[in-house]
Ligand binder design. Structure first.
Ligand code: G6P
Length: 484
């Protein structure tokens, strides 16, 4: 049709993300079907989708395969294909070896390759085209995360009738780091195609605003950006705000009260030989998570005699992630060497120091692990939010337990009653672990209560509601905001 829409362009609300909210499951006789993936984003958006006639545009996770659109529990699924080459260049390359390390404060060195960028552009264009063909006239489109930063502008050029929101789930770096990116202008222009650009922390939003001013020279007033067209003429207003994401707190608390899950938590402790203290780490195996720092602190506490094998055990779940990316392979080797050394030195026939699990588990098992843990260790060197920290709190309906939390995780803004640490400071980390273990129960309960209150109000449903409410603001409401 003349406006670029097709017969499928009937959806009033469209989410666009690199990944679809479904996982493929293969049955006993080899037939495959799709199951809703676990995760806060889907949980939050499912009700919105069901009410608003929603569609989800994303990649189904396998290379070189076209999957026809289908329906899953009231959500219309629109798969976008990626070739094996594009998985390599766009996903493993530009997304996860350029942007991911650059946006996480160059914990490892980002690589800049022009052919990765070309593939990023191609794939972003494909996502934008699929979305343009899916969204109804005047629909709301919500683009997710760093893999798709060019989609807002591409989409606006094709479909100026749409309301476009973008949310960045990972940090946005300081302009001094961001400025290294050879395509920094293109990325900012891409994002500024959105009406509202959301970030986790206020500091991420202000880093972005500063980059817009410095790199593009656009006028910024408060959270509003005066976007110019190609000739430098004022075009429209875009906004940058912080909207910290959260979890489905009620669902996790409900699971934590399930007798089966509680029994499983006891069984986990028995399986470790009923130590006095169970410490827990749960992460994707990623260099941003500070797993090595955590292992070092724990190992030294045993060396120093402040913790004893049998009395204390660390369970570290490291779920497989981005396994074909070099830095992830190197990290895995390093972590497995370290765990082997610590265990080889300190294990007894009856007890282990570290129970290392390179697996992913069903969500029920994760909740049982949270319940089994006296102290949760979240020691990320940089993390947009870290939902594991919030899940641990949500699971502790008994108000017991303690959370060690990196100040470099977005969650530290909300969970101020955790034991906040700088994970680079190993001595401080060790002291805080010991302090958390010996925390008197009334004080532990007091801290837990405050943190549980925080996340029971600020859950993921509220996050999406607040973002979408802000996105829906009219120009008149915005000029009122600007005057206030
Ligand atoms: C982070 C990113 C997500 C990403 C997830 C898993 O949370 O913000 O966009 O989907 O990691 O990584 P993967 O590369 O497996 O999608």
């Amino acid at each position: 049709t003349a406006d670029g829409t097709t017969g499928n362009a009937t959806y009033e609300f469209v989410v666009v993300a690199n990944r679809l909210p479904v996982d493929r499951v293969t049955g006993e006789s080899g037939e495959s079907s799709w199951k809703r993936a676990p995760g806060g984003l889907v949980t939050a958006l499912a009700p919105v989708m069901e009410n608003a006639d929603g569609a989800w545009v994303g990649w189904h996770g396998a290379p070189d395969e076209e999957v026809a659109p289908f329906d899953n529990n009231g959500i219309s699924i629109v798969p976008v294909p990626l070739s094996a080459d594009e998985v390599n260049l766009y996903y493993e390359g530009f997304s996860n070896s350029t942007l991911w390390p650059l946006y996480h404060d160059v914990i490892v060195a980002p690589e800049f390759h022009r052919n990765w960028w070309d593939s990023y552009k191609t794939v972003n264009r494909r996502f934008a085209e699929a979305t343009a063909a899916t969204a109804a006239e005047g629909a709301t489109v919500w683009v997710q995360d760093y893999q798709l930063q060019l989609v807002p502008k591409l989409l606006r050029d094709a479909r100026p009738d749409l309301k476009i929101g973008f949310f960045n789930h990972i940090p946005f770096p300081s302009v001094d780091l961001f400025a290294q990116l050879p395509w920094r202008k293109r990325v900012l222009e891409g994002l500024l195609g959105a009406d509202l650009i959301g970030f986790q922390r206020p500091s991420d939003a202000s880093n972005f605003l500063r980059a817009v001013r410095r790199v593009l020279g656009f006028t910024v007033r408060g959270q509003q950006i005066h976007v110019q067209d190609g000739n430098g003429y004022p075009q429209r207003i875009a906004r940058a705000e912080s909207h910290p994401i959260s979890i489905d707190t009620a669902q996790i608390s409900r699971m934590a009260k399930d007798p089966e899950i509680q029994a499983r938590a006891k069984e986990i402790r028995r399986g470790l030989g009923n130590p006095d203290v169970v410490l827990l780490g749960v992460d994707r195996l990623d260099y941003t998570k500070g797993i090595r720092h955590r292992l070092k602190a724990f190992g030294e506490l045993i060396d120093d005699g402040r913790l004893e094998v049998g009395g204390a055990a660390l369970v570290q779940v490291a779920s497989p992630s981005r396994e074909r990316v070099g830095e992830y392979m190197r990290l895995r080797d390093e972590i497995e060497l370290t765990v082997g050394r610590i265990n080889g030195e300190h294990d007894t026939v009856a007890h282990t120091a570290i129970r290392y699990l390179h697996h992913s588990y069903p969500f029920e098992e994760m909740v049982a692990l949270y319940l089994a843990a006296d102290v949760m260790l979240v020691t990320a060197l940089r993390d947009g939010m870290n939902l594991v920290a919030k899940e641990y709190i949500a699971a502790h309906v008994d108000n017991k337990g303690a959370l060690i939390l990196s100040e470099f995780a977005g969650a530290a803004d909300q969970l101020k009653h955790a034991f906040l640490v700088n994970p680079h400071d190993i001595d401080e980390l060790k002291d805080k672990i010991v302090e958390a273990i010996h925390l008197p129960e009334p004080e532990a309960t007091r801290r837990m209560r405050i943190m549980r209150r925080q996340i029971s109000t600020n859950d993921v449903a509220r996050w999406s509601r607040k973002f979408l409410e802000s996105l829906a603001k009219t120009d008149a409401e915005l000029s009122l905001d600007a005057r206030n």
